[in-house]
Design a protein. Structure first.
Lengths: 318, 135
C-alpha cells in the first residue's frame, strides 16, 4: 500500500482511491490513523455535514439518493456515509444502503461509503466522524451521514452532524412513539417521508403536537416537511430548508455549536488516552489479575473492584 | 494490525439477471463468517461495480451471474479494475458459467468460479485462504 503521506496528499487532492484507503485506515484504527487525521484536520471545516436518522423503513437511503441528485443539480459535490449495524455475534455486517444509491456510484462528484458500526452504540460507527473529516478535507461540499435505523437512543449523530434531519414515515406502526424521546429532541428538520400515503398528514400533526409541548425558546424552530423520496417530491424544498439551517448556523450559533462539538471530541480523545493509560498502569501492578480472579469467583463485584484499584491512584487528587 | 482488519467484500450482480437469490445466500454466509459485505442489488453495470469496489475499498469482489453474459461483462470488469489500479482486489464468481468458459474467465484474472450447489462453507474457506495480502 502507498505510504500514509501519499494517501494524505491524495485525500487533499480529492483522489478517490486515496479517500477510500484513508477511510479504511481510520476504520482499522491503526497507528497511522491518528497521523492521517492530524494532517488532514487543518483542511476540514468547509463542508456542510448533514445527518439523517429515523426508524428502519422510513426511507432514509432512498431520500438520500434524491438529496444527492438535487445537490448535484445545484453543482455541489457530495460525500455519503451510510452506516449499518455489525452483528454482535459474528462481527460481520450486511451493508445494503447502496442498493438505493447505485446509480450515483459512477458520478465522479459523489463518493459513497458504507460503514459497519463494529459494535459501537448510538447508531454510528466509532470512527464515522473521522471518516467525515476525510470527505471534508477531500473537498466535498455536502456530506450526508445515514445512521442505522434508529429508535430513541441513537442520537450520536448530533456529535457529527451540523444539521440533523429526522426522517419518519406514516404507517410504520407505533407511529410517533418511535421518535418520541431522543429523536424528537435532536431534529433540526423533520421529514415525513412517503407522503403519498394516506395518513401522512396525521404524522405531521402528531409531530407538531409534540413540538408544541416543548416550550423552550429556541432561535431555530424545526420545520416539518413532507417528501416522497420515490418520486423526489418535496426534495427541493428540503434542500432549501437545509440551506436555510446552514445559514442560520453560520450566523448565530455556528461558533457555539462548533465549540460544543470540538469540546465533545476533545473530551472523548482525552478519555480514550487517560483510560487507556490508567488501565495499562493498573495491569502492571498485579492487583488487576488478582481482582479479576476474585470477580470470576464472585468474591467481589466489578464496581467495588474498580474502586479498590483506583483508590490509590487518585489519592493525590483528593 | 492484520488481526484488526476486517475483510470487506463486494457482492455484485452484473447484467440483466432478474433474481439474486444465490448472491444473497453467499452474501449472508460471508457476513455470518464475520466479513463486511457490501451488497448493491440487481442489474449493475461493470462501471458501477468497479466504482463501488473503489469507494468501498474492498478486498474481494464476488460476481454472480446467471444470464450467460459473463463473456461480455467479465472482461469489461477486469479491464476497468486494471484501469483504476485495483488489481490487488481478488475476484471470484458464481452462477451459471459453462465448463468450457471457466478457463477463459480464469485467464482474465477471475480467481475461482463456483457453480450451482457449491456449499457456502467452501466459498467462505476460499475467501479466507485467498484474501489478498495488504498491509
Amino acid at each position: 500500500m502507498a505510504k500514509i503521506e501519499e494517501i494524505t496528499r491524495g485525500v487533499l487532492a480529492g483522489d478517490r482511491r486515496s479517500i477510500a484507503r484513508a477511510i479504511t485506515i481510520i476504520e482499522n484504527n491503526t497507528a497511522e490513523a491518528k497521523k492521517l487525521i492530524a494532517s488532514i484536520y487543518p483542511r476540514t471545516g468547509k463542508a456542510h455535514i448533514i445527518g439523517l436518522t429515523g426508524p428502519s423503513g422510513s426511507g432514509k437511503s432512498t431520500l438520500i439518493e434524491k438529496i444527492v441528485r438535487e445537490y448535484r443539480r445545484r453543482g455541489k459535490t457530495v460525500g455519503v456515509i451510510a452506516v449499518d449495524p455489525t452483528s454482535p455475534f459474528t462481527g460481520g455486517a450486511f451493508l445494503g444502503d447502496r442498493i438505493r444509491m447505485q446509480e450515483l456510484s459512477t458520478d465522479q462528484g459523489v463518493f459513497i461509503r458504507s460503514m459497519a458500526t463494529r459494535n459501537y452504540s448510538g447508531g454510528l460507527a466509532k470512527v464515522t466522524k473521522d471518516a467525515v473529516k476525510v470527505l471534508d478535507a477531500a473537498g466535498k461540499d455536502i456530506i450526508l451521514v445515514e445512521t442505522v435505523g434508529a429508535g430513541q437512543s441513537e442520537v450520536e449523530i448530533i456529535k457529527v452532524a451540523q444539521t440533523t434531519v429526522v426522517v419518519h414515515a406514516p404507517g410504520l406502526g407505533d407511529e410517533i412513539q418511535a421518535i418520541k424521546a431522543g429523536l424528537m429532541e435532536i431534529a433540526d428538520i423533520f421529514v415525513v417521508n412517503k407522503a403519498d400515503r394516506e395518513n401522512a398528514d396525521k404524522a405531521v400533526t402528531d409531530i407538531q403536537s409534540i413540538l408544541q409541548l416543548n416550550n423552550k425558546e429556541t432561535a431555530w424552530k424545526p420545520p416539518i416537511l413532507k417528501t416522497t423520496a420515490l418520486t423526489g417530491e418535496g426534495v427541493p424544498q428540503l434542500i432549501e430548508k437545509l440551506e436555510e439551517h446552514r445559514r442560520f448556523l453560520e450566523k448565530e450559533t455556528e461558533r457555539k455549536r462548533t465549540l460544543g462539538k470540538a469540546e465533545a471530541e476533545l473530551i472523548e480523545a482525552i478519555e480514550e488516552k487517560v483510560v487507556g493509560s490508567i488501565i495499562e498502569d493498573l495491569k502492571k501492578q498485579g492487583k488487576f489479575e488478582e481482582l479479576l480472579q476474585k470477580i470470576i469467583e464472585r468474591k467481589i463485584d466489578p464496581a467495588s473492584a474498580a474502586e479498590k484499584l483506583l483508590r490509590g491512584k487518585f489519592k493525590k487528587a483528593e | 494490525m492484520q488481526s484488526k482488519r476486517k475483510i470487506r467484500v463486494l457482492i455484485a450482480k452484473p447484467g440483466l439477471d432478474s433474481h439474486d437469490r444465490g448472491a444473497k445466500v453467499v452474501a449472508r454466509a460471508l457476513r455470518d463468517a464475520g466479513m463486511e459485505v457490501i451488497y448493491t442489488g440487481l442489474r449493475q453495470t461493470p462501471e458501477q461495480i468497479v466504482q463501488t469496489a473503489l469507494q468501498e475499498d474492498v478486498d474481494v469482489i464476488g460476481l454472480s451471474i446467471l444470464s450467460g453474459a459473463h463473456k461480455a461483462l467479465f472482461p469489461r470488469i477486469m479491464e476497468l479494475l486494471r484501469q483504476e489500479g485495483l488489481m490487488d482486489i481478488m475476484v471470484f464468481a458464481g452462477g451459471i458459467i459453462p465448463e468450457e468458459d471457466i478457463k477463459e474467465m480464469k485467464k482474465l484474472g477471475v480467481k475461482e468460479i463456483f457453480g450451482p450447489g457449491t456449499p457456502t462453507e467452501k466459498i467462505i474457506q476460499f475467501v479466507f485462504e485467498n484474501m489478498p495480502k495488504r498491509t
